[in-house]
Design a protein around this ligand. Structure first.
Ligand SMILES: Nc1ncnc2c1ncn2[C@@H]1O[C@H](COP(=O)(O)OP(=O)(O)OP(=O)(O)O)[C@@H](O)[C@H]1O
Length: 451
């Protein structure tokens, strides 16, 4: 077979496999001979030989036959002068045909075994992101590509990506799933450039079935990394492979990211993880506390502590988790029950940082309005229930929503003693469990004060 026949076949292959596949896998092939019906190609690396043989041998043979080439089989031989990539299997010396080798190991980051769908608590702020992640993890035809997840710090982007990877691997163990951060992508790229291993780099990244790149904003402003990322992205999308990307903001808002990349990233489904709300924070705390309780068996937990933390700690789940972990460790060290007081003592710094700045005076005002009593009665001496109960509700909310100590709250309620405040707080905690009217009032007031 003449080389111009191979030239014509290549033209047809370009159309049938697409531009990116052609550039990556077909263009580097060199037809060395056709012998006894076997078309022998020389390829630069054994990884490539293996990949082309698995994915393109039939297509190449079909086109060769269509061009009347006397070939009934194709073989791919590694060119002797090319250095072998460190990740490929050594080639048996006597075998001219490439022995089947395992695909090169993927240069991904390890997955956190705890970041599964089962451990992910779903609430209004993250339900869409969770549903999209589940959909992608189920596999099947690629419906949106890429899936782009974005949101503020510590809201679960990495958790969801790892969950997709775990689930995909469980459902389809044969799929090549690669998860890494954008920083690691850049590091691998720079390393490949330095070691003149770009062919291997491209081959490995173009051979995955699912690519996940976390914190993509990191490559903004890094021109050659962006360029390589763009080509990798296109090559995979052309092959119908799934891509999942995360960032701290929407694609259009990432500064110094090339426009063509922004527009690619917007092509699929873009979903955001909203800041957590009270219900989601409480759900997460309950799930994690359950796990800690099992770990620190025997540790007692007073009612209202988780609710207090869910009220008081900001939107960031990582901080919430850290607080809970510290609380359990502290309580087990000192051998005390986890009460509201212990919580405030142990987490004073975290609570101060995420103080919502609701004042005791505001609370008194809102509660007085709600129960239609005079503000002066709130801090005055009257002890009738119609006044004392709203006062206790206000004390409870002051304890929940501010970082004031019991004596400080007492002073703001007409100079009352801290034991009176403590009694009031406990009374409302009890009533919340038995009196739905009180529970509703407290909840409604809390929402109004936090709005
Ligand atoms: N809905 C959730 N349910 C359970 N755990 C959660 C949830 N959201 C976040 N977490 C936990 O909070 C911590 C931080 O989450 P993660 O690392 O996924 O955040 P991120 O959005 O990737 O943040 P960053 O932008 O800092 O990378 C993790 O330990 C994760 O398990």
């Amino acid at each position: 077979m003449k080389n111009d026949t191979w030239g014509r076949v290549k033209q047809q292959l370009l159309e049938s496999v697409g531009r990116n596949n052609f550039a990556n896998w077909i263009e580097p092939l060199e037809l060395t001979k056709v012998d006894n019906g076997v078309a022998v190609f020389s390829v630069p690396t054994s990884f490539m030989a293996n990949w082309v043989s698995r994915n393109f041998a039939d297509t190449i043979l079909t086109h060769l036959k269509a061009a009347n080439a006397p070939a009934s089989r194709v073989e791919f031989k590694v060119a002797a002068h090319q250095p072998q990539p460190a990740t490929s299997e050594p080639k048996p010396a006597a075998a001219p045909v490439v022995a089947p080798v395992e695909p090169a190991e993927l240069p991904g980051a390890p997955l956190d075994a705890r970041f599964t769908f089962d451990n992910f608590v779903v609430g209004k702020p993250n339900e869409l992101a969770h549903a999209a992640a589940r959909r992608v993890a189920e596999g099947g035809p690629v419906t949106f590509n890429p899936l782009f997840l974005y949101g503020g710090v510590g809201l679960g982007k990495t958790h969801l990506m790892h969950a997709i990877a775990h689930e995909t691997r469980t459902r389809n163990p044969e799929l090549r799933v690669l998860y890494l951060s954008a920083e690691q992508f850049m590091y691998r790229f720079v390393q490949a450039l330095r070691d003149r291993q770009m062919i291997d780099f491209k081959q490995i990244f173009r051979s995955v079935d699912v690519l996940m790149v976390d914190d993509v904003q990191f490559i903004a402003g890094k021109d050659s990394t962006q360029e390589e990322f763009f080509h990798t992205f296109n090559a995979l999308v052309d092959q119908g492979k799934q891509i999942i990307i995360s960032a701290d903001r929407a694609p259009g808002e990432i500064k110094n990211l090339e426009d063509r990349i922004k527009s690619r990233l917007q092509c699929g489904l873009v979903v955001d993880l909203h800041p957590t709300d009270y219900e989601l924070r409480l759900g997460i705390l309950q799930t994690k506390a359950e796990a800690y309780r099992a770990q620190y068996s025997g540790l007692q937990f007073a009612d209202g502590v988780l609710e207090f933390l869910a009220h008081r700690i900001s939107t960031n789940v990582r901080v919430l988790e850290g607080a809970l972990m510290r609380l359990f460790a502290f309580a087990s060290l000192v051998g005390r029950e986890i009460t509201l007081d212990l919580t405030q003592e142990c987490l004073a710094d975290i609570l101060k940082q995420s103080d919502r700045k609701v004042t005791v005076e505001e609370i008194q005002r809102k509660v007085s309005e709600h129960y239609a009593i005079r503000l002066s009665d709130m801090i005055g001496p009257k002890r009738v229930r119609s006044i004392a109960r709203p006062r206790q509700v206000a004390m409870y909310l002051a304890k929940q929503l501010t970082s004031r100590s019991l004596p400080e709250i007492g002073r703001r309620f007409g100079g009352r003693d801290h034991t009176t405040v403590m009694h009031g707080v406990r009374r409302i905690e009890e009533l919340k469990g038995t009196d739905s009217q009180i529970a509703d009032d407290v909840e409604m007031l809390r929402r109004a004060l936090e709005a």
